[in-house]
Design a protein around this ligand. Structure first.
Ligand SMILES: Nc1ncnc2c1ncn2[C@@H]1O[C@H](COP(=O)(O)OP(=O)(O)O)[C@@H](O)[C@H]1O
Ligand SMILES: [Mg+2]
Length: 330
């Protein structure tokens, strides 16, 4: 299997100037705009923002799985030096199977209810590596053990419904890892799970990230999750990055008023239906993003110039887009 792969420098993921657009002509609107970020091997990026901020669209763009009508209209996505933006679907399919693993919120809807766990994990492995059925079964067993499913050998011939929610998510992770990907994208992977199981799954992801030196993107609306596990944080608002920093620096002193408001509402954000209590209003929809800073209509530091143009990036390793940031020692 590895003989088919080109030897590539393990530089991780590099996204530059990424735009995702729906529709054409006068009806076109962008749901993601000018995203710039990297995820080196062995690091976890926490991608955070309220519902509708463009987190899943970003993930879908990376995976080449945008919904109908959506396209990457600008920018570059490089994984270990290879350009993925607008790769033909046939080639992208192989990249998804082998080089990018994905984990979604609801494992039940991603698992095939009528297929045993062994086949579920083993089939894609067989498909992409040409392994025999016995080899695929061995690999499934190895992976189930790796992700901490107890009595793995006895559970190979079980069906998804015989697993608990947390164990199903472990099976999803095993599937994602089957072909030894370099990038793992987890989109709200623990939202459906209770708090204890949630912590177990995130610890597992963290261990795999370290052991396999994976680049990991953890997408969540819950800042308290990324606080504990992510190395870097990128906060999105209305399709754009508003702040992007090493986790420690971010949590010590968030510079963007939106990040600050998010942090202040951590306990409430655990419930995705709750609005940010400290700020009025709701995020704008992509069809009517305001000119200038998109957070301006909800911001208590707003001045007229905020509405002129999107604020350029300030700061170095701790980047933010705001004309009136909070202090460095906040
Ligand atoms: N199929 C679609 N066509 C057009 N716009 C969509 C589609 N699906 C979602 N959107 C819009 O894209 C924006 C970003 O959505 P999404 O990435 O799912 O947000 P998040 O994952 O941060 O909650 C939202 O404003 C949403 O309304
Ligand atoms: Mg989402």
């Amino acid at each position: 299997m590895s003989a088919q792969r080109q030897p590539q420098a393990d530089t991780g993921l590099r996204v530059e100037n990424l735009d995702v657009t729906f529709g054409r002509g006068g009806k076109a609107f962008r749901v993601v705009e000018e995203l710039d970020f990297s995820v080196p091997p062995g690091r976890m990026l926490g991608l955070v923002g309220e519902s509708g901020s463009g987190k899943s669209m970003t993930a879908s763009a990376l995976l080449g799985l945008l919904p109908w009508g959506g396209r990457i209209s600008r920018g570059s996505i490089q994984l270990n030096g290879r350009e993925l933006a607008n790769l033909p679907e046939r080639r992208m399919r192989a990249v998804r199977g082998r080089e990018i693993g994905m984990i979604f919120q609801n494992p039940l809807s991603s698992l095939n209810p009528s297929m045993t766990i062994a086949r579920q994990i083993g089939e894609p492995y067989r498909l992409y590596t040409g392994a025999s059925e016995t080899q695929a079964r061995d690999r499934a067993l190895e992976l189930l053990r790796e992700v901490g499913v107890p009595d793995a050998a006895q559970r190979l011939d079980d069906y998804p419904h015989q697993f608990s929610g947390g164990m199903r998510q472990r099976v999803m992770i095993a599937m994602a890892l089957a072909c030894k990907p370099r990038l793992l994208i987890a989109d709200e992977p623990t939202t459906a799970l209770d708090v204890t199981i949630q912590a177990q799954i995130l610890r597992l992801l963290k261990r795999l990230q370290d052991d396999m030196q994976l680049s990991v993107i953890l997408i969540t609306h819950d800042l308290s999750l990324v606080a504990e596990y992510a190395d870097d944080i990128m906060v999105m608002y209305a399709g754009r990055s508003v702040e992007h920093a090493p986790a420690q620096a971010f949590f010590r002193a968030p510079r963007h008023p939106y990040s600050h408001a998010l942090l202040n509402s951590i306990p409430r954000l655990a419930d995705p239906e709750q609005r940010l209590a400290d700020i009025d209003g709701i995020p704008p929809s992509p069809q009517d993003f305001p000119p200038g800073c998109r957070f301006a209509p909800r911001c208590n530091r707003v001045t007229p110039e905020c509405t002129q143009a999107y604020p350029p990036a300030s700061g170095g390793a701790h980047r933010f887009h705001c004309l009136h940031p909070l202090g460095e020692n906040a």
